[in-house]
Design a protein around this ligand. Structure first.
Ligand SMILES: Nc1ncnc2c1ncn2[C@@H]1O[C@H](COP(=O)(O)OP(=O)(O)OP(=O)(O)O)[C@@H](O)[C@H]1O
Ligand SMILES: [Mg+2]
Length: 235
């Protein structure tokens, strides 16, 4: 038995992703393997265009690989029905995108509550789940603000609260602070790492931010379609 919490929760095996570009085929992921232990944080670094977002979307069940497998608790993800996969995404995975992808006409509270609404909770119950998370990310005084009335850092905090509202076991974040100034990025990154630790989440965080990559359990680099551990001296 491995150390508590360190069992593999999400695994990619021999992952391939090929995009057609005119006559050419772009082999973006090329036999990629990855094991994400429960409760551990990984960062993925890599050049622009190396396939980091593509990998994260596949790990989160948002996009299908061209070959290989993704296993959640040992069970293949993409053999599930669309309905089952959507329910898995809703209940197991929290996703934070580079650009917040909040709904502009919804308040911070409604946005953060949205995954719970999609899961069938009535509005009051969904908002009761979202409120403590918005409080935790420092936004209890911004509940009725719409995204356009929030700063970039605040928008990403709402997106983080939304990602966590269904108490997922896995957090996937695609350059969550890539669009923020250094100070806001530092604050949001700090919050992400605190919440990952508090809630014992498995996390895969794509980042160009070496400060963040240095603080996770395992920084990895995506290069030529595969992952390798990134040396801490390179961060
Ligand atoms: N739907 C698509 N069709 C064709 N090519 C695609 C598609 N999506 C991504 N690509 C290509 O795959 C490569 C990897 O894209 P991806 O967005 O995963 O890179 P990335 O590492 O996230 O880059 P960045 O750091 O700039 O966000 C890029 O060259 C991109 O042009
Ligand atoms: Mg990307």
């Amino acid at each position: 038995m491995s150390e508590a919490g360190a069992d593999i929760i999400l695994e990619a095996r021999s992952l391939e992703k090929v995009f057609a570009s005119g006559q050419e085929k772009l082999r973006i992921l090329d036999g990629l393997d990855l094991a994400v232990p429960g409760g551990r944080s990984l960062a993925i670094l890599g050049a622009s265009g190396s396939g980091k977002s593509t990998l994260l979307y596949i790990l989160g069940g948002l996009e299908k690989p061209s070959g290989g497998q993704v296993l959640y608790e040992g069970r293949e993800l993409f053999s599930r029905s669309e309905e089952d996969l959507a329910a898995w995404r809703n209940r197991v995975v929290g996703f934070v995108f580079q650009f917040h992808h909040l709904l502009n006409d919804f308040t911070a509270l409604e946005n953060a509550a949205l995954p719970a609404r999609l899961a069938g909770y009535p509005p009051e119950a969904a908002e009761a789940l979202a409120r403590p998370l918005l409080d935790r990310v420092g936004l209890s005084a911004r509940l009725t603000h719409k995204p356009g009335e929030l700063s970039g850092g605040e928008q990403q905090r709402v997106a983080l609260a939304r990602a966590l509202v269904m108490s997922p076991r896995i957090l996937l974040a695609d350059e969550p602070t890539g669009n923020l100034d250094l100070k806001s990025a530092g604050a949001v990154n700090g919050l992400i790492l605190e919440l990952v630790a508090e809630k014992k989440l498995a996390a895969v965080i794509v980042t160009h931010n070496s400060q963040l990559a240095a603080l996770v359990d395992q920084p990895m680099e995506l290069n030529a379609g595969r992952l390798a551990p990134a040396g801490r001296e390179a961060l």
